[in-house]
Design a protein around this ligand. Sequence first.
Ligand code: ASP
Length: 341
Amino acid sequence: MKAKKSVYIAYTGGTIGMRRGAHGYEPAPGFLEEQMARLSVLNSEDMPHYRIHEYDPLLDSSNMSPADWVKLGRDIMSRYQSYDGFIVLHGTDTMAFSASALSFMFRNLGKPIVFTGSQIPLCEVRTDARENLITSLLIAAHHPIPEVSLFIGHQLLRGNRATKISAKRFLAFSSPNYPPLGEAGVDLMIDRSRQLPPPSQPVAFDEVGQAQVADLRIFPGITPETLKGFLGPLQGAVLHTYGAGNAPDRPELLDVLRQASERGVVLVNCTQCLEGSVNMADYATGNALREVGVVSGYDMTPEAALTKLYHLLSRGLDPEIVRDQMQQNLRGELTRPTLQS
Ligand code: ASP
C-alpha cells in the first residue's frame, strides 16, 4: 500500500475560519479546527494526512504586512522537507499580494504551496470554504506543482498572476494574463504544460526586508506637487497608468519623474487595465515615461509588481539592477512580447 501523502496547513486567518461577532465576521482562535473536525470527509481514505498550524494572532488579511509574509515563508521553509505540499489559509483581500511575495521569496521551489480561503466562512451553511479546502488538500498532496498557486472557486491560478476581482462571487480571482494552472470540474484537470519547470537546484528562501515602496494610480488632474510629495520618501513605486502604459506628458509632471529616477527611485509602469500589457512604444504619452526612466512592468499584476519591488529593493541592490530585474521574468510573473523582425 502506498504511504499517505501529508500536507502542512498554515492557517493565517481570513473569512474561512471566522465567526460572526458583535461587529461582523472576525477570526476566533480554535474555531476553524472545531469546524474542520465536524467535516467527516476530511477523514476519508482518499484524503491526505494534514496538520494545521494556527497562527497567533489570526489576521483579517487587510492587516497583513511584509513581516507576515516573512513569518509565513519561514514557517514553510522550516517544514519543507517534512511534507509533500503546503496550504496557506488566508483572507482573500490581500491573498494575491502574499502569494506573489512568497513566489519571489522561494527560489527553486519543488513542492506546491497552495493559497486558499473563502468568501463565506466554513461554519455557514452556504459556504464555499468546504470545496476550496478539500480540493486544495488534494492538489497539494497529489500534484507536485513546483510553484506558489491560488485555488478558489474551481480554478487553480499561478499566485503571482492572480488578482481579486469580486467581493461577492465564489470565483473571486482572475488571472487575466496567464491561463489557469488547473480547473476542478467533474475531473481535477491540472495542465502541466502551464507550470514552471521543476527546479534543478535545492530550494532556497530569501526574506524580504525593509523597503520604501508604494503604488500610485494616475488620475486626470494629478499635479506635480502631489506626485512630488508622493515620490519623496520612496525607493520604488508602481505607477498604475492608463491603457498600454500612458500618463499625462505635461513637462512639469515629467520633470518630477525624471528627478525621482535620477536620485534612484525605481519607477515601474503597470496598466490600470485588468488585461493586457504595457507597451511604452505605442503612444507618445507612454514613450515620454520611458524617456524619464520609467521601466515597463509588461503584463504583471500590480500585486506582483509591488511585491517584486519589495523583494529586490530590500536586498540592497543597485537601482539599475532592480530596474533590469523588474523587466525580467523571475517566477513566471510576466510575459515579454517577442520581438517581431
Ligand atoms: N477580509 C477578509 C480577509 O481578507 C476577506 C476574506 O477572507 O475573504 O481576511
